[in-house]
Design a protein around this ligand. Sequence first.
Ligand SMILES: N[C@@H](CCC(=O)N[C@@H](CS)C(=O)NCC(=O)O)C(=O)O
Length: 215
Amino acid sequence: MLKLYGHPFSSYTWKALIALYANGTAFEFRPLGGVDAADDAFVAAASPQGKFPLLVDGDAVVFEATSIIEHLHLHHPGPAPLLPADPAEAARVRMIDRVFDNYVMGIMQESVAEAIRLGALSTETRADVEARLDRSYRWIEGWLEHYPVSGTATLVECAAAPSLFYADWVHPIPDHCPRLKAWRKHLLALPPVARCVDDARPYRAFFPLGAPDRD
Ligand SMILES: N[C@@H](CCC(=O)N[C@@H](CS)C(=O)NCC(=O)O)C(=O)O
């Protein structure tokens, strides 16, 4: 039985969970954060910075959400292909995965990290994060013009849904990005994503910047 270690409110844990749920893959969820000290210690030592999610599949210990999805695609394929069969198309999907991790999730997390570290977000950091998210939003808005909105979850949707969910809390997608606004709504309605959103509701009070009363 696969084991996924993570936390229900963790954006990167969602990324792996969406892939598992989309394919109906059987797994055991091991929640971190004080439920089982041995699990916390195991994850802390398993990767360079002890981050989660972490997947254990027999002898294989896989960290990095993207790598977990690659592992599932190779070893536990299901009805919803996580990557295209064509290598050139798959390379483009991997590039877009990097866009959401590096230029949406990563920027969003900077503001969360500062709020945790200092207890609040400085005016300078807020302005900087908002400007960079705006720039990413505008680029994604253009990219969406040619991206087919689909009802399945590939690596793109696995990466996009959690990053856009939380980035929009930090800096709402502006009205001049209507495709992106509509796509976020569509992503949150996908059953594997909606399940993550619902399972995380009890933890919203812990969002360091304050969770908005929506979604
Ligand atoms: N690059 C990693 C990032 C994972 C990550 O940042 N995980 C966060 C939770 S969303 C975490 O482990 N936070 C706890 C920590 O940094 O100690 C991935 O793609 O899986």
